[in-house]
Ligand binder design. Structure first.
Ligand SMILES: [Zn+2]
Ligand SMILES: [Zn+2]
Length: 393
């Protein structure tokens, strides 16, 4: 490193804002100025085969997940009842829920991939597979596919993103400091978020981008959809109703609580897991949120964060630790995402934001040019569009 860049480092150390609560005690904000690279530059750095979708490979992951889910189901229906009554069964059920919930979240991730046309080269096949998988897990496939696309088209935009839009301090309700200012309030909020946020978002657009009138994912005339999409919203509703009817039949034959234990709890875990994962992809002190004066698609796509969930990374098909890439190339299959993330990181430099505890991908040393940019930004204070949840305290 040259003497000159060392000076820049020292200057940056002096001027970078320090955030409380971070692992190291100081946290660097992700760059918010216009990136010095283009989408084409990122694409060029990624091996071309990463963009290829293989029907056989995609199905192999799906079959793998379904076989494990079937084995776990067999364990729940046959193995657990065969255990001696008492303590062992009380331990076996939570183990089943955790394992089945995680595996089915992997299946849900493949459904999400179908919604991005990343499963195969055949749109009809992707739609059929995605519709079956998501309906089975009580997600309205086409309805969410379209609102999720808007999230991808407007990521990080304070005005137009669909979900996880940071609020301006002035827009926070009066009770905010009382809820988030103590550990009990935060715990209750997290529990409610993990259990109710997904169904309430689908049904009432809770925490979604505000629309002029009532917005619901099950309503074909919701302002979320255009005329071409309405019929597919109805098809999604039919899929959900068919699964609900099947569950009703199962409860009539086998009992309500068995269906809750075998299917209900794992599906609750699926929704809790992906709410947790997607919320944390878009929520961090280091991540910028832009208003319309500064937002552009690439900056928004870069304003996401990869995180390390250990063994879950693999079970969830790396949706956890390749989300930045997913926002840049949403139709790339998950089985190329790790390779592509590694390949694009040298181009992104400081614009790639892994969580600080991420150990899976090696960190590239900062270049003098990006350090210089950061120092200039910090010294001129052009970070007016940042909105940090920490500021509510
Ligand atoms: Zn996202
Ligand atoms: Zn997506």
């Amino acid at each position: 490193m040259s003497a000159n860049s060392g000076t820049v480092v020292n200057e940056r150390k002096k001027k970078e804002p320090v955030f409380p609560g971070s692992i190291s005690g100081a946290m660097q904000r992700s760059p918010a100025d216009k990136p010095p690279f283009t989408l084409g530059d990122i694409k060029k750095a990624i091996p071309p085969h990463c963009f290829q979708r293989s029907v056989i490979k995609s199905f192999s992951y799906l079959v793998h997940d379904l076989v494990i889910a079937a084995v776990l189901l067999y364990f729940a229906l046959v193995g657990i009842p065969a255990l001696p009554a008492g303590m062992l069964r009380y331990i076996a059920w939570p183990l089943y829920w955790a394992a089945q919930g995680s595996v089915l979240t992997g299946v849900w991730v493949i459904g999400h991939e179908c919604g991005h046309h990343a499963f195969s080269d055949y749109l009809l096949l992707d739609n059929i597979v995605g519709f079956i998988l998501h309906s089975a897990l009580l997600t309205p496939f086409f309805s969410w596919k379209y609102s999720h696309r808007r999230h991808h088209a407007n990521t990080g935009s304070m005005e137009n993103d669909e979900v996880y839009v940071a609020k301006e301090k002035s827009a926070l309700p009066w009770y905010t400091p009382y809820v988030f200012g103590n550990p009990v309030g935060r715990l209750v909020y997290i529990i409610l978020q993990l259990t109710l946020a997904w169904p309430l978002y689908l049904a009432f657009n809770l925490s979604g981008q505000p629309y002029p009138r009532f917005t619901c994912h099950y309503d074909p005339y919701s302002p979320l959809y255009n005329d071409n999409e309405r019929i597919q919203v109805i098809i999604s509703d039919v899929g959900i109703l068919a699964v609900l009817f099947t569950l009703y039949k199962f409860t009539s034959s086998y009992g309500f609580w068995l269906v809750v234990r075998v299917y209900g709890v794992p599906v609750l875990i699926v929704s809790a897991l992906f709410v947790l994962i997607t919320y944390l992809h878009h929520t961090h002190l280091a991540l910028p949120h832009y208003d319309s004066r500064e937002w552009d698609w690439l900056r928004g796509a870069l304003a996401t964060m990869d995180r390390d969930y250990g063994i879950l990374n693999r079970i969830l098909h790396n949706v956890t630790d390749t989300h930045v890439l997913h926002h840049i190339f949403p139709n790339m299959p998950h089985y190329h995402a790790m390779e592509a993330t590694k390949a694009m990181r040298p181009v992104l430099g400081d614009y790639y934001t892994p969580h600080q505890s991420s150990r899976q991908l090696s960190v590239r040393p900062r270049s003098a040019s990006t350090l210089s940019r950061g120092a200039t930004r910090a010294s001129t204070g052009t970070t007016t569009s940042f909105s940090y949840k920490e500021e509510i305290k």
